[in-house]
Design a protein around this ligand. Structure first.
Ligand code: MLT
Length: 248
């Protein structure tokens, strides 16, 4: 272990990279040893990207990251796709979790239309290009409207490699419902939801907090899907409270 501070792993959403956590890293770094990787196929990651990167594959990468840092246990905080990955990790390695934060995400699987949309996204990533995808996605992601945040999120999406985006889109389509994993968890679980999240309905967040035996729901009032960007101070405060109450 690096110190008595807990290890906190921040898992970014889709199709983004670890710069999503720029508003968290330093602040949360005061209370935790923060690891915020670029997931396989995103940002500066240079690992092999097969045709499909499953949530289980991403979760195994997270386990390897913990091993490389000598961290036996950690709090995982997954935002949206990061939450799907955190749940896949929780299913495989529950003993390595000291707490779980599920932000702007859900435990359920995609329906038929959702799976179809993933396949279309995988094709569009190379067919239309990431800048077209960035422009189309942006309105659904942020609640706040300042040009700096919008431009930085649009640029983050536009710089992702189509191959990595396609592979994780297809991986998300394959993920099962992991509500039963939540029910089985014996560690504190914080569900963070955005009142203005256009992608994750509030009842899915309530259902997750209810399913986890030690689940708690925190709703950010002025936040959309990327609530850590919309309301960084409130998001960070919720995480700090959770870390303080969670046994490392
Ligand atoms: C994300 O932000 O990671 C995505 O909205 C997840 C998804 O498409 O289900």
């Amino acid at each position: 272990m690096h110190s008595a501070r807990p290890t906190l792993v921040l898992l970014h959403g889709f199709p983004l990279d670890s710069a999503l956590w720029d508003g968290q890293r330093a602040d949360l770094g005061r209370v935790a040893h923060v690891l915020a990787p670029d997931l396989r196929g995103f940002g500066g990651d240079a690992r092999d990207v097969p045709e499909v990167v499953s949530m289980e594959r991403h979760a195994a990468d997270v386990r390897d990251l913990l091993d490389a840092h000598g961290s036996r246990r950690a709090v995982l905080c997954g935002l949206s796709m990061g939450g799907y990955i955190a749940l896949a990790f929780a299913e495989q390695w529950p003993e390595r979790l000291s707490g779980l934060v599920l932000a702007f995400t859900r435990a359920t699987a995609d329906d038929t239309a959702g799976k179809e949309a993933r396949r279309a996204m995988a094709q569009d990533a190379s067919g239309k290009g990431m800048d077209v995808i960035a422009r189309a996605m942006l309105p659904k992601l942020l609640h706040r409207n300042d040009a700096r945040s919008r431009d930085s999120m649009e640029a983050m999406i536009a710089r992702q490699r189509p191959q990595g985006v396609a592979a994780s889109a297809l991986g998300m389509a394959q993920r099962p419902d992991r509500t039963a994993v939540l029910r089985s968890l014996r560690v504190p679980v914080l569900v963070i939801a955005g009142k203005e999240d256009a992608l994750m309905p509030m009842d899915t967040a309530e259902a997750m907090a209810h399913a986890a035996p030690q689940g708690h729901l925190h709703v950010l009032s002025g936040a959309g899907h990327l609530g850590n960007v919309d309301s960084p101070a409130e998001f960070n405060a919720a995480l700090k409270d959770f870390l303080a109450a969670t046994k490392a």
